[in-house]
Design a protein around this ligand. Structure first.
Ligand code: G3P
Ligand code: MG
Length: 242
């Protein structure tokens, strides 16, 4: 994998409305090489780029995201809440986001945002879309808090770069990472300890931390072995990329 030290979070969530094409473009403008976005499964197999369990915060719609119909979600305004200059910005489909990210030459950390148990139905269409459209496997990471979803990814394609997402590092992290031949552990920077970080690195995994928006927040983490930071504002960290 061609990992860089900085990854834009939800595109660049401090610079433009999160998880929109505008946010991905804003990230690219900072010079960042990778973006993280959330793919959210909705009604009847729809796959959209969205973070929340309800539509209320980031669109002019309302209701439960998972129950929404694709045509409804695609008709919503996902930009005006952030700023009037973004009004008219929509919720992207997975296909649209992939096309945009590849056009910009960025790497993709695709987080599977799914808390349900039906991973056998939900995950294969996501992988099928990636297989059909994503070109450079060295610039693709799949991450999730949903471990069974990652197990399905691993079973269907053992060459994928998988990242196990956690808040606090769990006791059984090593077993979990080895169970899916993970590439990395992606954890909350504010909960990580030096001992945990060093153990993860010693075990041979990459270590990514989210969501840090100042260099101060993760100043120790680089010394502990952190490989990359996931940030809402890549501008804060671009001096680290060369
Ligand atoms: O990938 C890191 C981060 O995106 C995980 O948390 O809630 O922002 O999707 P969240
Ligand atoms: Mg995410």
């Amino acid at each position: 994998m061609q990992l860089s030290k900085v990854m834009g979070h939800r595109g660049a969530a401090l610079l433009a409305p999160e998880n929109t094409l505008a946010s991905i473009k804003a990230a690219a403008k900072t010079g960042v090489k990778w973006v993280e976005i959330d793919v959210y499964p909705i009604a009847q197999g729809g796959l959209v780029i969205f973070h929340d369990d309800t539509l209320d915060r980031c669109t002019n719609g309302s209701g439960v995201t998972a129950d929404a119909e694709l045509k409804t979600v695609l008709s919503l305004d996902a930009g005006a809440w952030f700023g009037s200059e973004f009004s008219g910005e929509g919720v992207p489909t997975l296909e649209q986001a992939i096309a945009c990210i590849q056009d910009l030459g960025l790497g993709l950390n695709l987080e599977i945002k799914y808390e349900g148990t039906d991973v056998e139905a939900v995950v294969p269409p996501i992988l099928a879309t990636l297989t059909a459209l994503w070109q450079d496997p060295e610039m693709l990471m799949i991450s999730s808090f949903n471990y069974p979803a990652l197990e399905v990814c691993h079973r269907l394609n053992s060459t994928l770069y998988l990242a196990y997402l956690v808040e606090d590092v769990p006791q059984d992290w090593q077993e979990k990472l080895s169970g899916i031949a993970a590439y990395s552990l992606n954890c909350d920077y504010s909960q990580l300890t030096e001992t945990q970080a060093r153990a993860v690195k010693e075990a041979g995994y990459k270590l990514l931390c989210y969501t840090a928006n100042t260099t101060d927040a993760v100043k120790d983490h680089w010394q502990w072995g952190m490989d990359a930071v996931i940030t809402d504002d890549p501008n804060q960290f671009m001096h680290l990329e060369s």
